[in-house]
Ligand binder design. Structure first.
Ligand code: MSP
Length: 613
């Protein structure tokens, strides 16, 4: 038998017993075992953390998952809001990969949205040919995402030939199903938002010269009156199918308030939608097949990117669709939650599985915009705060349900307290030569820290709070997974940070620096304190990988955790406590590579200072 077979057989047996234990504890939680009393250990929560305890939905390791960011307009350089959108998708995708390490099972796309009136006008203003502007800004997005560690597997540009083929094919399908007709469209159009607006969504604003001009109520961007013959999509036919889809899939749009908003929109009449523009007006786009006098509406063009990436119109796309999670900002919810599912249903396809919606970053309480001159450059921030530091900040502070205000002092304060002091300090306390002179993962002593809380005896040193810590860290991976599933990544990080604080409290309580390796009374307990703290750090390092990949790598490498031991399926917390062997016990720590996260200087010059009113 080959070694790999032996190992996988062992792993299967190990998983088997873990799963049985987990199944048993789930049944217990549901009260189905009939046991009238729980033993102290059973009382105590999960013993192991393994693959089986994650939500059943996506546990099949070969189940495919396709994550997407919106594709970004190339009219202006990227800002921190764009990076945030991409980071959320990146963290979700990386967390998924931790659950199912088979790289063939996940796909993650991003890209640039290069057609439409907005880009045509921006190029004209800049005195550039549209292709020149697109190449320039698309390159900036690609560079930013590479620097920020966005682990995309695909980067699409809508000006690529493969995309034109996909869009024209998709158009053909809608046409052949009788969903497009030619009609006169008359109404407001907002070029900045690339959308049509009903009269009720338009207001008049005083201009600099005293005249008033029409703007979109939602975005404040100027609108203009349009009257032309276009192709029109029978969107009105899809109101009920969309309602059925959303009612039957309460998790389709997450967080829930956004799901609710879309259902409310659908309570109102859903007018048909103009899906082309006269080419004389809009030439920068994909022509309607068989009618060069019309250019396809940029949102229909852009949304199809999600299919182009997975090979549409070739049949291979079917193995990825609809196992799709779209990550989007709240401003583009209508396009993704109404137009896109309606187009898909019209083409005989399923709507995407999940749409995760986030809110926006503001600066001093204001929307970021070139005209206000308050755009925060993400590359400056990555340089200033490090890639991992800035990733951590955006994902720890960004709350999907509400807008979040950016200023630099907030970044410095958060990173210094959570990454430099709490996490870095903890690692240092457990690995520093003077406390851990052998530089190993010390042994855990079950006499000092028995599985059963409340035992008394000469060697027992663990206290009630120590059991609370073990319980908190044992349940942390599941909690984190649930937060990811609910698109509350900031809560996942909050939970990790709270456990880091608890672990620091544990170390502080037992002050290993006051214990002596030479003393027979102290040595076993000193080793146990360090062992528990290192085990907690191993869990934190594993769970932080999706957000701070380099920092987590540094942490896990210092602990001596090999790359194959870093997935969630391998994360068995504190096995010795539960009576199982621990593969790390006695292992040498990895080499010392300096402080985990260098403390940031408080007295820097800020890009954006706190806005005090
Ligand atoms: N091109 C369209 C999307 C087409 S997807 C088929 C678009 N592009 S965008 O460049 O304007 O926005 C891209 C993403 O960035 C959106 O999810 C948007 O919500 C997000 N953000 C833009 N400004 C933002 C903030 N200030 N804060 C957070 N996210 C922001 O819309």
């Amino acid at each position: 038998m080959r070694l790999s077979h032996v190992l996988s057989e062992r792993r299967r047996l190990r998983f088997g017993s873990v799963c049985t234990m987990l199944r048993t504890s789930v049944l217990r939680l549901l009260g189905r075992t009939g046991a009238s009393r729980l033993s102290p250990l059973e009382d105590f929560g999960p013993r192991y953390y393994g693959l089986g305890s994650l939500s059943a939905r996506d546990d099949a390791s070969d189940a495919r998952a396709y994550f997407t960011t919106p594709i970004f307009y190339v009219n202006a350089a990227p800002h921190i809001g764009h990076l945030y959108s991409a980071l959320l998708a990146d963290a979700l995708c990386r967390h998924r990969r931790l659950r199912s390490p088979s790289s063939a099972a996940t796909r993650f796309s991003t890209g640039t949205d290069e057609h439409g009136l907005k880009i045509q006008q921006a190029a004209a203003t800049a005195g550039l040919a549209p292709t020149e502007l697109c190449d320039r800004v698309s390159e900036q997005f690609q560079q930013l995402f590479q620097e920020a560690g966005i682990s995309c597997t695909d980067f699409i540009r809508t000006t690529e030939a493969r995309h034109r083929v996909a869009v024209q094919q998709f158009w053909g399908v809608l046409k052949s199903r009788g969903l497009l007709y030619k009609g006169l469209y008359e109404g407001w159009y907002c070029a900045s938002d690339e959308c049509f607006l009903p009269e009720a969504k338009v207001t008049w604003q005083p201009g600099p010269s005293g005249d008033s001009f029409p703007v979109s109520l939602e975005s404040g961007h100027p609108v203009s009156w349009t009257k032309e013959e276009n192709y029109i999509f029978r969107l009105s036919q899809f109101r009920e199918p969309l309602q059925r889809w959303l009612r039957g899939n309460p998790q389709a749009i997450t967080p829930e308030p956004f799901h609710h908003v879309v259902l409310q929109w659908l309570d109102e009449e859903l007018p048909d939608l103009s899906v082309s523009r006269r080419s004389s007006h809009l030439h920068w786009g994909i022509p309607v097949p068989g009618d060069d006098s019309q250019t396809i509406y940029v949102w229909l063009d852009a949304l199809v990117n999600y299919l182009t990436v997975i090979g549409y119109p070739n049949a291979e796309f079917k193995s990825w669709w609809p196992a799709t999670s779209h990550i989007i900002g709240k401003d583009i919810l209508k396009f993704h939650a109404i137009y896109w599912p309606a187009f898909l249903l019209g083409a005989g396809m399923s709507p995407p599985q999940r749409i995760y919606v986030h809110s926006h970053w503001t600066v001093c309480g204001q929307k970021m915009s070139k005209s206000l001159g308050n755009v925060v450059d993400p590359r400056t921030c990555l340089n200033r705060y490090t890639v991992d530091g800035f990733r951590y900040f955006l994902l720890r502070q960004g709350v999907p349900n509400w807008d979040c205000d950016y200023y630099d002092e907030k970044v410095v304060k958060l990173l210094n307290s959570e990454l430099a002091d709490a996490l870095g300090g903890l690692l240092n306390r457990c690995t520093a030569r003077r406390i851990n002179p052998s530089e190993t993962y010390p042994a855990f002593c079950t006499n000092c820290f028995p599985s059963e809380p409340g035992l008394v005896g000469p060697s027992v040193r663990a206290q009630a709070e120590d059991y609370a810590l073990v319980s908190a860290v044992a349940t942390l991976p599941k909690q984190v997974a649930d937060h990811y599933d609910n698109f509350q990544i900031y809560k996942a990080l909050e939970a990790v940070s709270s456990c880091v604080r608890q672990t620091n409290g544990f170390v502080q309580r037992h002050a290993p620096w006051k214990l002596n390796w030479e003393s027979p009374v102290d040595a076993a307990w000193l080793g146990t304190v360090l062992h528990v703290a290192l085990e907690c750090l191993r869990v934190f390092g594993t769970l932080l990988q999706p957000v701070t990949p380099s920092l987590a790598d540094k942490l896990l490498s210092r602990l001596g955790v090999s790359v194959s031991e870093r997935s969630l399926g391998e994360l068995y917390f504190l096995p010795r406590f539960y009576g199982h062997p621990c593969p790390f016990e006695g292992r040498r720590l990895g080499p010392e590579t300096g402080v985990l996260f260098p403390k940031l200087d408080q007295s820097r010059t800020w890009v954006v200072k706190a806005h005090r009113t």
